[in-house]
Design a protein around this ligand. Structure first.
Ligand code: NAD
Length: 446
């Protein structure tokens, strides 16, 4: 099958490389000349475990290539995926569909013969209708079916997620399109990955409902963590105790600094806006957004609480900047509002992240970037763990303690246990766990 992927970002590049690995002929297109030049010279513009090897082997096998020009590629393709960005629209939080609409126009101008156009970007319910309208208006002769195939991969585990999905959702009522999409995913079908065929609008809404539900789960456990902290309970035990119930499930019940990243914040905002347009307020999702926004700055007050609320003349080391481990993606990372708030409270901030520091410098220029966790701890009054990279799970505490001005660790991911920290003589503050070594100071006390 000849496939064109329009948009070669996290989703387009991973999907394109995986489809090529299934044996299809894939051309990945992007408007970003630097990105395409890098890919053509064998460099991968993002950090994603396993991706470099997957791309290079499929390029070498002649199944995967990269181009700035979609004209010839679209003319020859049987299937064109749209995997461009759908960021929050400035000002109102709606999904910005301008990239999707531009891609639809370009497809319409260049398409030849029967072609299935599949939206992989996360788009509000009804976008497929608009893409179809744009294509038929731009090129009334075009023989095109527009389908929806939302993507559920997670950055950091993207290839595994793509090749072993919990489900594949396909939104189309057109029999020819179903056959084409079944053929594309056939290698996964043989592995018994469930493929759910449904209506296009339903498929679009499934993606937003899934992300909003997961964001709600995170926010729920974060609020329970605040209560546990006040009431003398342990949120991790609470999460375990409820997660063992199959109706609830244990995933996405890790209390932390609030959700961020390239999807949850923008998708929950867009879903709320779509619902408003339909005159159906989604009050739970609205509350999730408000609680999560407030939480990020509250985390800085949690750090300040250790010093009586004042961070003047204090140096804080931050471990982890990316919104989660195994990615360099800084989009809406909780570290950004946290560090900004620490600076507002008077702190000098140093930081270390294994892969995202180059990206972080664009967002956070007034930070001293360090070479490793120990130089980040050097001369610091407190060390804050923000992203739970593997390499932060077994830090040499004696060495850290020697480097620091004061041995204080604020662990926003509950990587460590307070009894271990007490043994090292480290003052330890975590999320939703009140132990003897922790000050019983809640954020509201400050
Ligand atoms: P991204 O910003 O990493 O990549 C988008 C790419 O599209 C960019 O490289 C951009 O230059 C390119 N582009 C924009 N307009 C173009 C055009 N007309 N022609 C060619 N290229 C164009 O975005 P992403 O993270 O890959 O997300 C893409 C979509 O997938 C979004 O809708 C997102 O919500 C969704 N999604 C993302 C993830 C994730 O983990 N990142 C997971 C599931 C779904």
């Amino acid at each position: 099958m000849r496939i064109v992927m329009i948009g070669t970002g996290y989703v387009g590049l991973v999907s394109g490389a995986c489809f090529a690995d299934f044996g299809h002929q894939v051309t990945c297109i992007d408007k970003d000349a630097g990105k395409i030049a890098a890919l053509q010279s064998g460099k991968i513009p993002i950090y994603e475990p396993g991706l470099e090897q997957l791309v290079s082997s499929n390029v070498a096998a002649g199944r995967l290539d990269f181009s700035l020009d979609l004209k010839d590629a679209v003319a020859q393709a049987e299937t064109v995926f749209i995997a461009v960005g759908t960021p929050s629209r400035r000002g109102d939080g709606h999904a910005d569909l301008s990239y999707v609409h531009a891609a639809a126009r370009e497809i319409a101008e260049n398409v030849r013969g029967f072609t299935v156009v599949i939206t992989k970007s996360t788009v509000p319910v009804g976008t497929g209708d608009e893409v179809e309208r744009i294509i038929s208006e731009t090129n009334p002769q075009a023989d095109v079916v527009v389908a929806s195939n939302p993507e559920f991969l997670r950055e950091g585990a993207a290839i595994r997620d793509f090749k072993h999905p919990d489900r594949i959702v396909v939104g189309t009522e057109d029999e020819r399109a179903r056959k084409v999409i079944a053929e594309i995913y056939r290698p996964l079908y043989l592995n018994q990955a469930p493929i759910m065929y449904t209506g296009r609008r339903t498929a679009e809404l499934i993606k937003y409902a899934a992300n909003a539900f997961l964001a709600t789960k995170i926010t729920f456990i974060n609020e329970i963590a605040d209560l546990a902290e006040r009431a003398g309970a342990d949120v991790q035990e609470v999460a375990r105790g409820i997660g063992l119930d199959n109706r609830i499930g244990s995933k996405f019940l890790h209390a932390g600094p609030g959700f961020g990243g390239s999807c949850f914040p923008k998708d929950t905002r867009a879903l709320v806006k779509t619902a408003e347009d339909h005159d159906v307020p989604l009050r739970i999702v609205e509350a999730v957004l408000a609680v999560n926004d407030a939480r990020k700055r509250a985390m800085a007050r949690k750090v300040a609480a250790v010093f009586g609320g004042n961070l003047r003349n204090k140096t804080v080391g931050v471990l982890g900047l990316a919104f989660k481990p195994n990615t360099d993606d800084m989009r809406e990372a909780p570290s950004i509002p946290l560090i900004t708030a620490l600076q507002d409270l008077g702190a000098k901030v140093k930081a270390y992240d294994p892969v995202s520091m180059e990206q972080a410098k664009l967002e956070l220029p007034n930070v001293t970037y360090c070479e490793n966790p120990y130089s980040c701890a050097s001369e610091a009054d407190a060390l804050v763990i923000v992203t739970e990279w593997e390499q932060f799970r077994a830090l040499d505490m004696s060495r850290l303690k020697k480097e620091m001005c004061q041995p204080i660790i604020v662990d926003l991911r509950n990587v460590y246990r307070s009894d271990e920290m007490a043994k090292h003589g480290i003052t330890y503050v975590s999320i939703g766990r009140t132990q003897a070594s922790e000050p019983v100071l809640a954020v509201k006390d400050v």
